[in-house]
Write a protein that binds this ligand. Structure first.
Ligand code: PMP
Length: 467
């Protein structure tokens, strides 16, 4: 590890208690948390992280789909320190700006599809999506179309947890006992090729999904719909790759009905699918807006960005009423330290050919993970490049799920962690979304560990009577 020495046991115990007693963790199961407490991760380097007891793990989730360039990049730390020392913070309201925010906005405009040349900054993915919907509503208000308010999202989508972003999110369990802004959002079916209706080809399934969108537009009325938002590959909802041509056809429906097309590239951006942005290069779409976060700064500092087309900006940036003030934004919009981290992160991605590494090594990760299909629970191995998922089932023929109490995703993740690899359990799924610097050798080691982990999990499932 390049960072500080490992913490002592006493330190670890004190921190464990402080954490359990005072830190409200996001997305944490409070039926077990008070007993189990946290795993304190204290150090990191390259593809590894280390806990407070000195156990070292391969990071199979890039932190949370975000540490794209890997851990312990001293030059990002240095760029942040230099910026923090020189000028850590100043407002970007009222014509003020700072050097990293300006430089990064220009760099993002260069990297994004040609028509996206304007950047609105936020502090993460949820805030980027939330700010986007406000801007979209403002845009249509200014065009004299105030009824165009409804946003079309999809079941199982994940767009964040601020109020609006949580409403866009279509994972039912995420909003359990929470309220949403239902009147603003309609959810379509997700594109789930593995669980598509029996007997339907992938092409027919695509027709079916597009027809559902068209029927929804017909029902609600294009005059009432502002935008369609989608992740190019659905992430937290199960790494669902849509059928061939789906996104381009959904975009065509948008274009035909004066509906804006928003791509949430919070996960797919910055190299995970082998390009800075997947929308145009992989999915042949030209979104009106692309949102990004996570890999934008590789998680070294909180940052989100909304990339807006020239056409939209012409309306958003045209003075009118109230002195022409665009009255939205955050204290930390364009935070200089976060923007400095992002600039250095992008420099590393370009200098080290990280997108190329993903394009070359990604198919090997897909191929090797598919070899795990022989395990009793592995019903589907899917995804693309460095965004992969294994779906566990009770019965491969019927695709029936194991009961929730079997906690199959947790079991596999636990067994992997015992063997030195952290992957992410989401219900019955196991997600693999590593730093983009994995090599073929790393992948071989990871697949060996996963082979053992699935084997061990299968044994305990049998012992406990679930299989
Ligand atoms: N959009 C997508 C596609 C995401 O995966 C996430 C986070 N996993 C978000 C938005 C929300 O980002 P954040 O947690 O930074 O608010």
């Amino acid at each position: 590890m390049t960072t500080s020495t490992t913490r002592t046991e006493l330190d670890a115990q004190t921190l464990w208690r402080q954490d359990r007693d005072h830190f409200i963790h996001p997305f944490t199961d409070y039926s077990t948390f008070h007993e189990q407490g946290c795993d304190l991760i204290t150090d990191s380097d390259g593809i590894y992280v280390q806990d407070a007891h000195g156990n070292r793990f391969i990071d199979g989730i890039a932190g949370l789909w975000c540490v794209n360039v890997g851990h312990g990049r001293a030059e990002i730390g240095q760029a942040m320190a230099d910026q923090a020392t020189r000028m850590a913070y100043f407002s970007t309201f009222n014509n003020l700006s700072n050097a990293p925010a300006a430089e990064l906005a220009a760099k993002l405009s260069e990297l994004a599809p040609a028509h996206l040349n304007h950047v609105f900054y936020s502090c993460g993915g949820s805030a980027a999506n939330d700010a986007t919907i406000r801007l979209v509503h403002y845009y249509f208000n200014r065009l004299g179309k105030p009824n165009k308010k409804r946003i079309i999202s999809r079941n199982n989508a994940y767009h964040g947890t601020t109020y609006m972003a949580a409403t866009l999110t279509g994972i039912a369990s995420n909003n359990w006992e929470f309220d949403t802004l239902e009147h603003l959002v309609t959810h379509l079916s997700e594109a789930n090729c593995y669980r598509r209706p029996e007997g339907m080809s992938e092409a027919e399934y695509c027709d079916h999904l597009v027809a559902e969108f068209e029927a929804t537009v017909e029902r609600i009325g294009a005059d009432n719909i502002a935008a369609f938002i989608a992740e190019p590959i659905m992430g937290a909802g199960g790494v669902l790759v849509a059928p061939e041509g789906y996104h381009a056809r959904m975009q065509a429906v948008c274009r035909a009905n004066d509906i804006l097309f928003i791509a949430d590239e919070v996960v797919t951006g910055f190299g995970r699918l082998g390009h800075f942005f997947a929308s145009e290069k992989v999915f042949d779409t030209q979104p009106d807006i692309i949102n990004c976060a996570k890999g934008l700064s590789s998680g070294y500092a909180p940052l989100g960005a909304t990339l807006i087309s020239d056409e939209l900006f012409e309306v958003l940036g045209t003075p009118q009423g109230k002195g022409g003030v665009l009255s939205t934004g955050f204290t930390y919009s364009g935070h200089p330290v976060s923007c400095a981290a992002a600039l250095k992160n992008i420099e590393i991605i370009e200098r080290e050919g990280i997108c190329k590494n993903v394009r070359e090594v990604g198919p090997y990760l897909e191929e090797r993970l598919k070899t795990l299909s022989h395990h009793a629970t592995v019903g589907d191995v899917r995804g693309s490049h460095f965004m992969m998922c294994l779906e566990n089932v009770a019965d491969k023929a019927t695709k029936e799920l194991l009961p929730v109490e079997a906690r199959v995703g947790d079991r596999v993740a636990f067994e992997a962690q015992q063997r030195g690899l952290i992957i992410r359990p989401v219900g019955h799924l196991n997600i693999v979304s590593p730093p983009l610097i994995w090599t073929r050798d790393t992948i071989d080691r990871v697949v060996d560990i996963l082979d053992e982990a699935f084997g061990a999990a299968t044994r305990t499932l049998r012992e406990d009577g679930f299989l």
